[in-house]
Ligand binder design. Sequence first.
Ligand code: COA
Length: 348
Amino acid sequence: MYQSTIAGIGYYVPKNVYTNNDLTRFMDTSDEWIQERTGIKERRYADRLEETTTGMGVEAAKIAIERANTTAQDIDFIIFATLSPDYYFPGCAVLLQREMGMKEIGALDVRNQCSGFIYALSIADQFIKTGMYKNILVVGAEKQSFAIDYATRSRNVSVIFGDGAGAVVMQPTTEPGKGILSTHLHSDGAEAEKLALYYPGASAGKWLDKKPTLPEQELGGLFMTKEMLEDGSIFPHMDGQAVFKKAVVKFPEVIHEALSANNLLTTDIDLLVPHQANLRISQFIQKNLGLRDDQVFNNIEKYGNTTAASIPIALSEAWEQGKVKKGDLICLAAFGAGFTWGAALIRW
Ligand code: COA
């Protein structure tokens, strides 16, 4: 069996910066409220017409591929994690295959929101370990700005999220002890509706208190109705406190699980790169695990929560800043909608 290693990493963020004060033009909020509750100062929004989730993924992928000393032609599998795909279907992986002129390789989309990148990394790890693929491109990218409600009714959600993309190229290694040591994936659907975008969808409100109304004789038509557009149920819904409470339990739990699976301790971690959900959540995890400031990497103040892109963007920035060095023990961890969560331990 091979081990898989991250051979190249890169990220791309759009150039449009929106500060907290910029958001006060659209909704009743303040820089003070946003910074105090989330630690976010600004976020990037993609160009409304020109930039796509796939396009941003391509930009990040080009850098990762170059740093891995390989070419787009040599990539043998694509995994693309996103909750904001260009189309309802087909997924972004196949669109990236087209945009990068790759061979007719397999292309898979992962729909696991904030933990999407960890899930994608874990899938790539399994394919490399078995020897099935040798050069897998894993992308996390989001263009969330196109689907956010900028009215005051959604201010608890809209101030948090931002756009961007990160990518890694995974390759096999036979160097003992190097690469992905283990990945740990979990889910609990009991509170699926606490952080969700209900429509467009096929549930017809099955699990929701408020169901869409339609004349009985009509077939279909519940995918998206005028009523959904008007009442805002086509926008993301979040019970922030429920998410916070679960996240601060599951993050430390899965990190401990990953460490104990490898007979390691929190003191062995050189760098924890948590999904950038909220600075308060990251600080809570750091305190819970007893980690020093230099053991945790955060960049949410600049980009907000970029969902599936947040870990590869943060890991890439940390690497560029020299904070990820050969031999370091890197811990990645994420929690998000579903709820789903996971962790990966990497010997760099
Ligand atoms: N600006 C100003 N006021 C806001 C606001 C905003 N952007 N968003 C919410 N408020 C107001 C609410 O309307 C409410 O006002 P009221 O007391 O007059 O009714 C008050 O602030 C408290 O709202 P609440 O939703 O209870 O806030 P909170 O303390 O739970 O903080 C979050 C909201 C979203 C910051 C917090 O719950 C959180 O961080 N949760 C985790 C979310 C997360 O990480 N999601 C990503 C998961 S991957």
